[in-house]
Design a protein around this ligand. Structure first.
Ligand code: HEC
Length: 143
């Protein structure tokens, strides 16, 4: 029978094309390339919008668009970085002196001396607003 053979080839082809489309969407889709977590972006305050610009220029290459992570660095919209475990000082410290690999396996974070303390403060506002919109709130840290 000729028709069923053609139909099944068509079906296999459709599945392959569909699968490839899904993979491409996951990699290059709106979540950003290689995002590790899915981030809901809230309406940002003016301070957080300033922070987003600083973040996109200095941090997103590793921490990802919307702080969703990349293959170079972890998502900051992640419970690990809730304010009870990584308070604002952790951000100032990371930007000023970098951070040794300890929570993940991305390697060390190099210092970001080009980012001023004031700019880091705006980045913190940005990251905290993203965290809040994604259900990440203060939890006391226990070792
Ligand atoms: C070259 C890549 C890279 C860049 C650029 C980068 N980071 Fe990081 N960052 C990392 C990695 C990797 C870690 C995770 C280290 C670990 O815990 O294993 C990290 C960890 C952190 C931490 C947690 C530190 C801690 O105490 O555990 C904060 C906060 C942070 N980054 C903020 C920032 C901010 C803000 C910027 C931009 C000003 C930035 N990072 C730019 C790679 C980067």
């Amino acid at each position: 029978m000729k028709l069923p053979g053609a139909l099944s080839r068509l079906f296999v082809g459709a599945v392959l094309v569909g699968g490839a489309a899904i993979v491409l969407y996951e990699i290059f889709g709106p979540a950003g390339s290689g995002a590790i977590v899915r981030v809901t972006v809230p309406e940002l305050s003016a301070a957080a919008r300033t922070g987003k610009a600083v973040f996109d220029a200095n941090c997103a290459v590793c921490h990802g668009v919307n702080a969703a992570g990349t293959r170079n660095g972890p998502p900051l919209v992640h419970d690990t970085y809730n304010p009870g475990h990584h308070d604002d000082d952790a951000f100032f410290r990371a930007a000023a002196t970098g951070s040794q690999q300890h929570h993940w396996t991305f390697g060390d974070m190099p210092p970001q001396p080009q980012v001023s303390r004031r700019e880091v403060a705006s980045v913190i506002r940005y990251v905290r607003e993203l965290q809040l919109a994604n259900g990440i709130t203060y939890r006391p840290h226990r070792m």
